[in-house]
Design a protein around this ligand. Structure first.
Ligand SMILES: NC(=O)c1ccc[n+]([C@@H]2O[C@H](COP(=O)([O-])OP(=O)(O)OC[C@H]3O[C@@H](n4cnc5c(N)ncnc54)[C@H](OP(=O)(O)O)[C@@H]3O)[C@@H](O)[C@H]2O)c1
Length: 415
């Protein structure tokens, strides 16, 4: 264990109150216990976890006051930083507004809260002269917020994309290894990679929250939050799709994507077929990966644990150390004047799988020819088609659905 730097005792300690002692909160406590001296040395002063708000009043942690009322942390003048890890929106929003009002810096891992109320919280922080840091909210141990704010500060960023949801990646990886969707989901829950209600994860909304936070940092204020229709689920994917993709040299991955051009910002999350040699196709199981395209730096990739108690706690305490060093920006909101419009995707290539009958195939081929042609990839139990440069698949989808007994599966394809 490293010895404590002599000069640290002379500095005013940073006093930290933790709200929420669940998966992440308990790991924050564990990391403080394990690395306190190292944390203090790197912070240049003692970073002291003084209070924990917990409804479990029987908890005892040496040197820490257990506070049953979460809002008491927000107003306590003995606390400098409020860490919010309670994990829902309504109470967390009220809690943080109160803490900011009382002059506390904020560290949070709550992406759903920042997605819905980020603008209000950031502007309230600016008015009060306090910081709101949220590295843990986007990709846990992958320090993407810091990379965008510091390492890429001189760049114009044009695109960010990647795998931002470990649950979906774990399920699709398990399906690639032969598991059915339901079995893969059950296994993900048993391993702690999926919540009891996994909808936010597997329907793409969690990744949409995260990519929206990154887009705000990289491109600027977005006039409108992306609607839930900008998130597509992985629920429709079956073993047949995984097998077809593998046969064609592709892997199916849950992609989150944000791009920026003169028209505005495009934000989407959906499962996509990626060629097996694509840099984003190699990251499996619960791991995340993020690609940043920037005008100076070019393309770069960052991968690691995007969730889990310990990786998320690591990011939380790193933000607290930044505050202790008094090097934090007032907010990590985007400092841009104009509000960028949200725009639809331009065009995509699609993989379409339909039930195979000669009569249905003939009708579907006619529909596809009318929108610019197709390539038939395979006809076994299913017919598999490739469509290029399609702007809006919804009308085509409705037309072909009338000719087949089961719903077609449509997925974007990238080369
Ligand atoms: N888990 C991850 O891998 C991960 C990764 C990145 C980000 N995050 C984010 O981190 C946050 C926390 O996630 P988590 O997985 O640690 O959640 P969790 O395991 O459900 O823990 C939440 C904790 O907050 C406590 N809590 C909730 N409302 C409270 C209240 N009014 N007063 C006092 N305590 C309250 C709960 O107490 P009770 O036990 O009494 O209910 C529980 O201990 C969420 O915003 C999540 O999105 C999590």
């Amino acid at each position: 264990m490293p010895a404590r730097d002599q000069s640290i005792a002379a500095q005013k300690p940073l006093r930290v109150g933790l709200c929420g002692m669940g998966t992440v909160g308990s790991q924050v406590v564990a990391l403080f216990r394990r690395n306190q001296t190292l944390i203090d040395n790197r912070a240049g002063r003692h970073v002291q976890l003084t209070h924990i708000a917990s409804r479990r009043t029987n908890q005892k942690i040496d040197g820490v006051i257990i506070e049953p009322d979460i809002f008491a942390i927000a107003s306590n003048p003995e606390i400098d930083v409020c860490i919010e890890l309670i994990g829902e929106c309504t109470t967390a929003f009220t809690l943080l507004k109160k803490a900011i009002h009382h002059g506390k810096h904020i560290v949070t891992a709550n992406k759903a809260l920042l997605y819905a109320h980020g603008d209000t919280l950031f502007s309230t922080c600016e008015q009060k002269g306090v910081s709101l840091l949220y590295e843990a909210a986007v990709a846990s141990a992958i320090p993407i917020v810091n990379i965008l704010c510091t390492s890429f500060a001189a760049n114009r960023i044009t695109r960010i994309r990647g795998i931002l949801n470990g649950t979906s990646n774990y399920i699709l990886s398990a399906m690639s290894a032969g598991k059915r969707f339901d079995d893969a989901l059950t296994h993900a829950k048993a391993m702690g990679f999926a919540e009891a209600d996994p909808s936010l994860d597997i329907d793409g909304l969690d990744a949409l929250h995260k990519i929206t936070l990154l887009a705000r940092l990289a491109f600027g204020h977005i006039a409108q939050l992306p609607p839930p229709t900008h998130a597509e689920s992985i629920r429709s994917i079956e073993a047949a799709d995984i097998a077809c993709a593998q046969e064609m040299g592709y892997r199916i991955k849950p992609l989150a994507s944000a791009s920026y051009d003169a028209q505005g910002v495009s934000l989407h999350t959906y499962p996509v077929l990626l060629p097996t040699d694509h840099p984003l196709a190699h990251v499996n199981d619960e791991l995340n990966i993020i690609q940043v395209d920037a005008d100076g730096a070019g393309s770069s990739w960052y991968s690691g644990y995007g969730a889990g108690g310990a990786p998320t706690a690591s990011a939380v305490i790193s933000d607290v150390i930044t505050l202790a060093k008094e090097r934090a920006p007032l907010t990590q909101s985007a400092h841009f004047q104009t509000k960028l419009p949200l725009i639809a995707e331009t065009q995509n290539n699609y993989y379409v799988r339909t039930t195979h009958t000669p009569a249905a195939d003939k009708k579907i081929a006619t529909i596809f020819n009318a929108v610019g042609g197709h390539k038939m990839i395979g006809t076994k139990t299913y017919s598999v088609w490739r469509l290029n440069n399609i702007k809006d698949l919804s009308q085509i989808f409705r037309n072909i659905s009338t000719h087949v007994s089961c719903q077609p599966v449509c997925l974007r394809m990238m080369d």
